[in-house]
Ligand binder design. Structure first.
Ligand SMILES: Cc1cc2nc3c(=O)[nH]c(=O)nc-3n(C[C@H](O)[C@H](O)[C@H](O)COP(=O)(O)OP(=O)(O)OC[C@H]3O[C@@H](n4cnc5c(N)ncnc54)[C@H](O)[C@@H]3O)c2cc1C
Length: 391
């Protein structure tokens, strides 16, 4: 019997296991992850998990019975330390090994760390997993925490800022770029979102770089900016992006370049090894050139593509990338990739905070962004799909 081993039991790895069975894969499936918890959703970790009144519980990707019913061997709290491509086996950190015929790398990404003196001080937080989120929540709800500084106005930084103002904290977001969410959304949307968050009490400092930190009793007391400004801080959250977990693949001689390089079937430079989700760098029919996309939708889509290829099934029809975020009272959604556009049409409603933005290249819709208009997303995805080349 053939064996597929999946390293990484996040949304990409777990969906790959499910999609293999859906495609009729009869072999053994081993789903390996270094975390001890049952596979869970990450999005709530920067949203309800932080500011919700009740003690949060992880939102599971699947119930335990799903893995049993589908003969998916769940190997939790197992870190893989090596891929031996010659012997077709992986080695765990405890020295044990397991064989594979096909390997899927669903390794995710890790928060980028601040490269500054004092970056490891107590009071500086990062966010990727349940443990990080629990620590951040405890620090945020503490009455000793009054002043929160968020470094980085990316999506996760803004979500943490929203949670912190909901908890009544004084919140300052410091961003090196000229605007928020610059990597993923158009200025029309980010300006709208920034205004709403400003109205809710979040202070933004754009075009500002961090120089370092001051401490009192080994705890952070302020964030110091290069222009001499000191921002009072009891808690600092650094949301400055994530780097793909490529070390295992690189050490095994698999081609990597800003992520694990894959073809349209998510195959790496080794034909029996696939890579999906946050760690994979792939061509995207809806974007100019190769890119890594860090969204649940991308991880799920790539899991289905890899499973279809492994099962010799037709490649699923490409669908435009999507992401969502919850910021204060705003449901922010995007379809397509906000790149390569030359025209922006934006439509903001008066009064209630909602917005629809179309990003076009000539008369072709390349991406759309929505605030509080969830019913529009499918129609816009269809419009983007119909103009994209299918291959
Ligand atoms: C706080 C937060 C909020 C987010 N909110 C949103 C949102 O609102 N909307 C959205 O679309 N996306 C959101 N995202 C992004 C989305 O969650 C990710 O794109 C998605 O989780 C990627 O899935 P993945 O399976 O590729 O990686 P991951 O979920 O990171 O899973 C990879 C797994 O592999 C394991 N692993 C890595 N190396 C090894 C090893 N050597 N041995 C064993 N196991 C290993 C890791 O421990 C991890 O559990 C959010 C992400 C975070 C962190």
């Amino acid at each position: 019997m053939k064996t597929t081993v999946i390293i990484g039991n996040g949304v990409a790895g777990t969906n790959a296991a499910a999609a293999l069975r859906k495609n009729g894969y009869e072999g053994a499936i081993k789903l390996v992850g270094e975390e001890a918890a049952l596979p869970y959703q990450r999005p709530p970790l920067s949203k309800v998990w932080l500011s919700g009144a009740d003690r949060p519980k992880p939102t599971l990707l699947r119930s335990l019975s799903f893995y049993e019913d589908n003969r998916i061997e769940l190997m939790r709290a197992r870190k893989v330390s090596q891929i031996d491509r010659k012997k077709r086996r992986i080695r765990f950190s405890d020295g044990k090994t397991t064989k594979f015929d096909t390997l899927i790398l669903a390794l995710g990404a890790s928060p980028r760390r601040l490269d500054l003196k004092g970056s490891d001080l107590k009071g500086i937080h990062y966010l990727r997993d349940l443990g990080d989120s629990t620590g951040l929540r405890q620090a945020l709800i503490s009455t000793a925490c009054r002043d929160v500084v968020i470094i980085g106005a990316g999506v996760i930084g803004l979500e943490v800022a929203s949670a912190a103002v909901d908890l009544g904290k004084s919140v300052t977001v410091v961003e090196a770029a000229a605007r928020a969410m610059a990597r993923v959304a158009s200025p029309a949307t980010t300006n709208f979102v920034t205004q709403q968050l400003t109205d809710a009490g979040v202070k933004f400092l754009f075009n500002k770089k961090i120089e370092g930190f001051d401490t009192v009793d080994h705890r952070i007391s302020s964030v110091n900016l290069e222009d001499g400004t000191q921002v009072k801080a009891d808690l600092v959250f650094a949301g400055i992006g994530a780097t793909p977990n490529v070390e295992l693949a690189e050490a095994a001689g698999i081609e990597c370049d800003e992520g694990i390089c894959v073809d349209q079937d998510m195959r790496t430079s080794d034909p029996d090894i696939f890579a999906i989700g946050d760690c994979a760098n792939s061509d995207n029919p809806f974007a100019p050139g190769k890119m890594r996309v860090e969204t649940v939708h991308n991880a799920t889509t790539q899991a289905q593509i890899a499973a279809a290829a492994i099962c010799n099934k037709e490649r699923p029809i490409p669908v435009p990338p999507r992401f969502w975020s919850d910021l204060k009272d705003m449901k922010v959604q995007a379809v397509g990739i906000a790149a390569g556009y030359d025209l922006v049409r934006s439509d903001a409603s008066q009064g209630s905070p909602s917005l629809e933005v179309h990003l076009k290249s000539g008369d072709r819709l390349v991406a759309a962004e929505l605030v509080n208009l969830p019913n529009r997303q499918s129609a816009l995805a269809k419009a983007i799909s119909s103009r994209a080349s299918p291959d």
